[in-house]
Every structure is written in C-alpha cells, then in structure tokens.
Design a protein around this ligand. Structure first.
Ligand SMILES: NC(=O)c1ccc[n+]([C@@H]2O[C@H](COP(=O)([O-])OP(=O)(O)OC[C@H]3O[C@@H](n4cnc5c(N)ncnc54)[C@H](O)[C@@H]3O)[C@@H](O)[C@H]2O)c1
Length: 389
C-alpha cells in the first residue's frame, strides 16, 4: 500500500467506515463478492489496553492477528490463549524474525513507542502506535520520513476526529453557526492509573496520556496552534503502583495549557491524574460538556468525553434553546483506531486521523513543558492538514 493512495471524501469515508464498523460490531465479513484482504498484524504490548484492542482486532474482517509480543512473556502467552493467536514472543527482535506480518500495533509503555516504532518501520512494517508516536517532534518527524522511505504507513492514537460528534462540531463551525469563534475549553482527568509506573515517570505524565485527547479535538476543530503557554504541577508526589509499591512521580499530574490558534481564537485544556470523578473511567457515565466552544452567536458543548462522546448540544442566537444533536455513535469506538488503519491498508480508505496531527499535538505537549520551565510563551513550528473533516 502506497502512502500516496487517493483520499476518500467524507461521504465515502462515512459509508465505508460505517460498513466496516457494522462488520466489526457483528464480527461478520462484508457482504461483497470478494472477501477483503486481511492485513497480517502483530500486536506488541499485552497489558491493560490490549484488553480493549484485541477484541476489536480479532473481529475485524480486515485483520489477521498472527502474533503477540510482550517483555513480560506470561502476558503475551495469556492473551494468545484468550484470543487464540498462534504465535507469541518475549522481544521485538524475536517477533520481527518470527511469523511474518505486515502491520505492527504498538500498545507498550509511552516511553517505548519511539524506538519500537522505528525498529518496525525500518523492518518495512506499517505501524499503528498508541500515543505518543515518539518522545519529541523531531524524533516523530524522523519516523515519518522513515515510513515514507520504506513506503509504509504510520498512524497514532487518539482517534477523536473520527467520531460523528466531531464531524457535527466541525460542520457547525464551518457553517459559521457560532458567528465569530472566540474561545474553547476542554477537560479530561481521572484519579490516575495504578497498574504501571511509566504514567508518572519521565516521558509519561498526564499530558501525553490524557490531555492528548482534548488537544487533538481542539486543534482538529479550531486549527493548528501557533503558540502555547502552560502551567504544570505535581499534586501527588508519590503513588502506590500494583506489583511495584511506592514510586516517585516525576512528570506532571496536573496541567493547564493555553493555545493560540490565530485570528484571535484562544483555547484552554485542563487535564490531570487527580480528578475525582464519580463515574471513574467509565465514559458513558459522563454527561457534562467536557469540550465547549463559544462564539459571538452560538455555543457548542460536547456531551461526555471526546473519546466516547454521547452527543453535541448547540445553542445559537437564532435558536437560543439548547438542542442535542449527533447522539448516534454510528459504530465509532475509541479503541478501533488500529482496525481502521488495517481497513485503510486493505481497501485504500483514508482516515481523518493523520500522523502530522499527532506530531503537532506532541509538539504542543513538549512546548507546554518548555513554557512551564521557562515561564514563557512557546512558538510552534509544526502544522497539519486542516480542516480535518
Ligand atoms: N489502559 C488504558 O485504558 C489505555 C487507554 C487508552 C490508551 N492507553 C495507552 O496504551 C499504552 C499502554 O498502556 P497500558 O495501560 O496498556 O499499559 P500496561 O502497563 O498495562 O501495558 C503495557 C505493556 O507493554 C509491555 N512492554 C513495555 N515495553 C515493552 C517492550 N519494549 N516490548 C514489548 N512489550 C513491552 C509491558 O510489559 C506491558 O505489559 C499507553 O500508551 C497508554 O497511554 C491505555
């Protein structure tokens, strides 16, 4: 599959994706004469999030999961048994030298993504990476260059721009229903994971784990950011981690990030690992507006989290009573990114999620850290294709 494959338009995308999602949901192969090509897939990292990815991947008509890998071999073995995967390995070298595959899905610790993604791309594999794709913009751009040289694809989570609620908000903004857009706010937090220490160590932190969703959504809706100002802090300096005991927290667990999108539009993302939430990590329980955008003639509020949105409330000068829209998920689920990427490899479907957007968000995160260190506003250099939808 070439990286220059033609883009599908929005309508084709929705049609194809809805069909794909219906197939994913039912586990059925599409009712076409020829069965779709299944992309031979290896999954590295068999921890918590693999329990969300593997059920989707193993049901996708576009995926054949051929191998699993984890440096904790018991985890790879257990998931191989549960999901009936023939091969499992304790190291990426063994995985790459073992049963052949074309597409690596990287679900390892945040700090491990960059070098594993590089090794897989260098070996000619397409890559879907959990966030972040790399640890710095420069390294991420290097990975993208490598992917182009090797004629393979690279994508990264999250996929908030693929939801029908994102599409509704983008369309409403493009139609000018809000008048002159002025400001936006987004927030996402919970009490922090307790199963792995990497979330709290250098290269981890609440921004690449949680704020990344809101940053993707707001830059997707309002355009690439030009400048960043941030305040970050550590609220809980020590944490109790299962299997590890007490650890020191060295990356932010509390973040306030201000983005200047140009033309006077300013947004704010608030995120952290110390957010009491009566719904815990359960997306469906959250009914508040976690993303809101206001302009001179209207207001948009995303109901629930942007990774599992439940609808969009809109009020305008013409229609001041808040009305709820886009309540149908249309098959969208946050954990389907790698399956969509495989669908793209199989059919040529172009996704709305792009590596350039993921790298722009990564630059915002590193710029926010620089702003915290220096007390200064930081100018960004990266951008991405916008509007997204
Ligand atoms: N857990 C969630 O609900 C969730 C949701 C969305 C995204 N994510 C993202 O998914 C990624 C993984 O998170 P998690 O919660 O599953 O963590 P986890 O600690 O539960 O799992 C990570 C796994 O990767 C393995 N691993 C680490 N380095 C490796 C290497 N070099 N080679 C092979 N295996 C290696 C670890 O042994 C572990 O089993 C992170 O980027 C996280 O931000 C997690």
């Amino acid at each position: 599959m070439s990286i220059d494959s033609p883009r599908l338009n929005r309508r084709d995308f929705t049609k194809t994706t809805v069909l794909g999602c219906a197939a994913l949901a039912t586990g059925a192969v599409r009712a076409t004469a020829a069965a779709p090509k299944r992309i031979r897939t290896g999954v590295i990292g068999c921890g918590s999030v693999s329990n969300a990815y593997l059920p989707v991947l193993t049901k996708s008509p576009f995926v054949e999961v051929v191998s699993l890998c984890d440096i904790r071999p018991d985890r790879a073995r257990r998931q191989a048994e549960t999901f009936k995967i023939a091969f499992h390995y304790p190291h990426i070298d063994r995985m790459l030298a073992g049963e052949p595959f074309d597409f690596l899905v990287n679900l390892t610790d945040m700090q491990e993504h960059e070098h594993l993604n590089r090794q897989a791309l260098a070996a000619g594999k397409h890559v879907w990476s959990e966030k972040p794709i790399a640890n710095s913009l420069r390294a991420g751009q290097g990975l993208l260059r490598l992917a182009r040289e090797k004629n393979v694809r690279l994508w990264g989570a999250p996929i908030t721009v693929q939801s029908p609620q994102f599409a509704f908000m983008a369309r409403t903004l493009a139609q000018g229903a809000l008048g002159r857009v002025a400001a936006a706010h987004a927030n996402y937090g919970h009490e922090g994971p307790n199963w792995s220490s990497f979330f709290y160590e250098k290269g981890g932190g609440s921004m690449p784990d949680l704020a990344v969703y809101n940053l993707t959504t707001l830059t997707g809706l309002l355009g690439p950011a030009k400048r960043v100002t941030a305040m970050l802090s550590i609220v809980t300096p020590e944490r109790e981690i299962t299997d590890k005991g007490r650890i020191k927290v060295t990356e932010e667990d509390n973040a306030m990030v201000l983005l200047d999108h140009g033309k006077g539009v300013i947004s704010h993302v608030q995120s952290g690992f110390n957010y009491f939430n009566p719904h815990g990590h359960e997306g469906r329980g959250e009914q508040r507006h976690t993303v809101s955008i206001v302009g001179s003639k209207g207001y948009l509020g995303l109901v629930g989290y942007d990774w599992e949105p439940l609808g969009v409330d809109l009020a305008t000068q013409k229609q001041p009573q808040m009305e709820r829209h886009a309540t149908d998920a249309q098959g969208y689920i946050w954990q389907q990114g790698a399956a969509l990427a495989a669908e793209s490899l199989s059919t040529g479907l172009e996704l709305l999620v792009t590596p350039e957007h993921a790298l722009h968000v990564l630059e915002i995160i590193t710029a926010a850290r620089k702003s915290q260190e220096t007390g200064k506003r930081v100018t960004l250099s990266s951008t991405f294709r916008w509007p997204v939808a």
